[in-house]
Write a protein that binds this ligand. Structure first.
Ligand code: BDR
Ligand code: CA
Length: 311
């Protein structure tokens, strides 16, 4: 049974990732840490508690994380710099509030303590800005040795979804991403937008999920319907459920195709601030530091989603 920690900025696709991780019998979800990203951290925390309560997993503790980037944004962010593709997110998910409160331990403290005390290695799955993870590593660099694999949703080898160059999670905190990429994790898997753009769910597939009738499937259909209607990432084929692809990969690695590549983060550029510089040809001469997912199997993804939510 794989032990995992999800670091989330819930968020619609984060919610689906939490449900998959909380419901699949092969995964032990030790806790969720929250971070600012899609919404301020108070909202991402509230949403995370609601999602877990909805699927009957209020036993999974939620720890509130950092509410601002690890390093301050060096540029003012004029409207023209941040593209109009920025998703419009609802504030609180339309799910009942949880009777369980957030754990009083700050997320970064809990991450450090849990990884220091771990008797078996843990998988980290950050699917928001990398602020909490970078802070934890900075406080306690040795915790990377307690991590079996870190599976990050972020970056792009092609175009971005926040600016023309940068993907949302990395753009929000590129310095944190730089810290994480260079921390020395044994296995670092970067699930880029190029892969997650294939992890789409259509309106018709939402109806299939609804027909399953389980709490998780019904909520996922409702959340994705909203996402399909209102999100800049949607297309006639549906909406990309980026974060859920990371959990699907834990259940079935063949759902993505990975290549060993070197990835650097642009922390200084203006137009390319937050871009992941993915060395596709090896021209930099730098040793690969990541397994980078650039493709995903759409049908396999949906089967994993449906199978997990049916239970
Ligand atoms: C990422 O950005 C967020 O809006 C989503 O939750 C996902 O983690 C996709 O770029
Ligand atoms: Ca997210």
């Amino acid at each position: 049974m794989r032990k995992i920690i999800l670091d989330v900025d819930t968020g619609n696709d984060d919610a689906v990732a939490i449900m998959m991780a909380g419901l699949h019998p092969d995964l032990t979800l030790l806790g969720c840490t929250t971070v600012a990203g899609n919404l301020p951290v108070a909202n991402t925390t509230e949403n995370t508690l609601r999602v877990l309560h909805h699927i009957g997993r209020s036993d999974v503790p939620v720890f509130r994380g950092l509410g601002a980037p690890f390093a301050p944004h060096p540029f003012p962010t004029p409207a023209e710099f941040v593209s109009s593709a920025t998703p419009v997110h609802q504030e609180e998910l339309e799910l009942a509030p949880s009777p369980v409160a957030v754990d009083p331990t700050p997320a970064v403290e809990w991450l450090v303590e849990t990884l220091r005390a771990a008797t078996e290695r843990i998988t980290l799955v950050p699917v928001g800005p990398l602020t909490n993870i970078a802070a934890a590593i900075t406080i306690a660099p040795e915790i990377v040795d307690a991590v079996d694999e870190i599976v990050i949703m972020g970056g792009s080898a092609s175009h971005g979804n926040e600016t023309s160059q940068a993907e949302f999670n990395i753009f929000q905190d590129p310095v944190a991403a730089h810290v994480v990429m260079n921390a020395g994790f044994d296995r670092l898997t970067l699930v880029t937008l190029d892969a997650t753009r294939h992890a789409r769910v259509s309106a018709a597939q939402c109806r299939e999920l609804e027909a399953l009738g389980t709490a998780g499937a019904m909520a996922t259909a409702q959340i994705l319907d909203y996402y399909i209607r209102g999100n800049g990432n949607s297309s006639p084929d549906g909406a990309a459920v980026h974060d859920a692809l990371c959990v699907a990969y834990l259940l079935d690695p063949a759902v993505i195709e990975v290549a060993r590549l070197h990835v650097a983060i642009d922390t200084v550029g203006f137009h390319s601030y937050g871009r992941t510089l993915i060395d596709l040809t090896g021209i930099s001469g730098q040793r690969p530091n990541s397994s980078v997912a650039l493709k995903a199997d759409s049908a396999r993804f949906f089967e994993l989603l449906r199978g997990t939510l049916a239970a």
